[in-house]
Structures are given as structure tokens and as C-alpha cells.
Design a protein around this ligand. Structure first.
Ligand code: ADP
Ligand code: MG
Length: 294
């Protein structure tokens, strides 16, 4: 796998040997790489203009700098894909990240269907620990979704790590207010989609709620068939229009549904916090690596 618009001389100068493709999003593509016998993930985000050849949106220097600042601030944490090294070439920003070999949670749902409750609770517990760390250092991720959640290894109950800080931002009393509606509408909190309204770190907890719904239900509550127009999705989210309508929810435990009802709450102040999640009976039972059955 070779990035076509990356100049070979510049590639050769990098101390990393490139390997197989791992994945791609709207802004970047990611491949395995190796240095001194250690494997990592190499995220290549093309600069504005250069990106057109890859049919991706280009990344501005400012955006790449923000992503780097945030990764540096987060350091190494078991629930996040940490930054190891970085480079810049004439047409791309290159991040060397911890490697997660187990694939996206999104792919696992696509191939194997919904997660068993024990496995889903373990994912939510790790996400809660991750979001708690983010909030402790004043970072809002803003794009938590199954595509950005990676299993550390291929084992069925391998821990998950939050990836992709490309839309993350610093927030808090010494930062400008968060107002812009970035991210993916089907996972975005109602207040984030409300034009001109300032929002806070609670938006990440809403996304955790949608992820939990998708883990257990196998479909998005605001876009059940994956074919809704973005404006229709925004309208449903802003109206907090979601239900346990599909028959499969009859088999889901009351505790899991209770947690969903506490996360998918329109009012950010009344939404469950990361700490609430960690003490919730359905989640605290998942401590110790995610055993437990349905
Ligand atoms: P984008 O901003 O384009 O969405 P991401 O950071 O989400 O870029 O990376 C795109 C995809 O590459 C991810 O969805 C995932 O499949 C894969 N990927 C990203 N980081 C890693 C990593 N550290 N280890 C393994 N795969 C990764
Ligand atoms: Mg992504």
C-alpha cells in the first residue's frame, strides 16, 4: 500500500518502514509501520490541495497543530490511542500512533452483529474512563463513534481505545466557547446541533449513549436504516426522538436500558456524567476486563 502523492524521497527519509493499510476516514489514511522491531500506526493527513488527489478533505496547518497539541496533552492512557512521534512532509502531516490491531468496533458490529451485554458494558466502562481522562485535562473529543473506537487486539474481549482526535478541541474557562457543530450528526448531541448555542464536555457523553445503543441494537437510533438525510437526522436528534421500538430491545436487560435513558437526555445538565457511568450497576459489573454474558 503506497500513498500516491507522497514523494518517495521524503518517505525514504522517514525512519519508519511502511506496512499494510489499517483504515481511512474523511481526512486521513492510516497504515502499519515499524521501527526498531516495534509496530505502530502511521496516520497521514494530507494538506489542503494535496488532499484532492486522495479524494479527501485537506487538513489545515492549524487543524493539524490542534490535533497534535491535544494528543500531547493527553499523553499515554490505556483507553486512548497515544501519540509516539510526528513528521511533516511537503504535502502531509504524519502522526505515529500506538497500534491497535483489533479493528474498529464499527467493523465488528457489521460482521458479527450487536455485542453481548457483558462485552458492551466493558466497552462503555473503558469509554467512560477515557472520557473522564479527557475531561480532566480539558479536551472534548466531539467525534466519538464506532468508527473511531479500536480494539487493541483481535481477541473477542480485547479492550477498546478511543482514536481520531481530528475534531477534538480544548475547552474550559480559559478557552474560547465551543459553538461550532462539528462531528457526525447521528452521534451528535442536541445542544451541539443547535445553531449558536454554547455547549460543554457533556456532548461526549451523549455520543457514548448513541454508541451504547448501536452496540446493543446494531442500528443507530436516529438513522435506523442508514439512509436518512443529514437534515432529517439533525431534526430527530434535536427533538430527542428515539425509542426502544425494535423487537430486539425486549431481550435487553432493564439495567442497560436504564443507562441509555440516562445518557440520551436532551438537557446536558441532566445527562449522566462519566463518573455516573462508572458507578452505574450495569457498568461497574463489567470491571476487570469485560467478562460476563448477556
Ligand atoms: P480520520 O480523521 O480520517 O477519520 P482516523 O484517525 O479516524 O482518521 O483514522 C482512520 C481509520 O484508520 C480509523 O477509523 C481506523 O480504522 C484506522 N486507525 C486509526 N488509528 C489507528 C491506530 N492507532 N491503530 C490502528 N488503526 C488505526
Ligand atoms: Mg475517524
Amino acid at each position: 500500500y503506497c500513498a500516491p502523492c507522497f514523494r518517495e524521497a521524503e518517505w525514504a527519509a522517514l525512519p519508519y518502514e511502511r506496512g499494510a493499510r489499517l483504515g481511512a476516514g474523511a481526512f486521513a489514511h492510516v497504515q502499519r509501520c515499524r521501527r526498531d522491531g516495534e509496530e505502530y500506526a502511521m496516520k497521514v493527513a494530507y494538506k489542503r490541495g494535496a488532499a484532492a488527489r486522495e479524494k479527501k478533505e485537506g487538513v489545515s496547518r492549524r487543524a493539524a497543530t490542534v490535533e497534535l497539541t491535544i494528543l500531547a496533552r493527553l499523553g499515554r492512557h490505556p483507553t486512548l490511542v497515544g501519540l509516539v512521534d510526528r513528521f511533516e512532509t511537503s504535502d502531509a502531516f504524519v502522526f505515529i500512533l500506538e497500534l491497535a490491531t483489533g479493528g474498529e468496533v464499527f467493523e465488528r458490529i457489521c460482521t458479527d452483529g450487536p455485542y453481548a451485554e457483558g462485552a458492551a458494558a466493558a466497552v462503555v466502562r473503558q469509554l467512560a474512563l477515557g472520557v473522564r481522562h479527557l475531561q480532566a485535562v480539558g479536551v472534548c473529543h466531539r467525534d466519538i463513534k464506532p468508527e473511531n473506537l479500536l480494539h487493541a487486539s483481535a481477541a473477542p474481549l480485547a479492550p477498546v481505545k478511543l482514536a481520531d482526535f481530528g475534531l477534538a478541541t480544548l475547552y474550559g474557562p480559559r478557552q474560547p466557547p465551543m459553538i461550532s457543530a462539528v462531528g457526525t450528526p447521528a452521534y451528535s448531541a442536541p445542544e451541539l446541533l443547535e445553531p449558536g448555542v454554547e455547549y460543554g464536555g457533556e456532548v461526549d457523553l451523549w455520543s457514548v449513549g448513541v454508541v451504547l445503543f448501536v452496540l446493543l441494537g446494531g442500528y443507530n437510533p436516529f438513522d435506523p436504516f442508514g439512509d436518512a438525510e443529514p437534515n432529517e437526522i439533525r431534526k430527530r436528534v434535536r427533538g430527542c426522538e428515539w425509542t426502544f421500538g425494535a423487537p430486539l430491545w425486549q431481550k435487553v436487560s432493564a439495567a442497560a436500558k436504564d443507562l441509555l435513558c440516562k445518557l440520551l437526555v436532551a438537557e446536558p445538565q441532566r445527562r449522566a456524567t462519566a463518573a455516573d457511568l462508572l458507578t452505574h450497576e450495569w457498568v461497574s459489573g463489567a470491571a476487570g476486563g469485560g467478562g460476563g454474558g448477556a
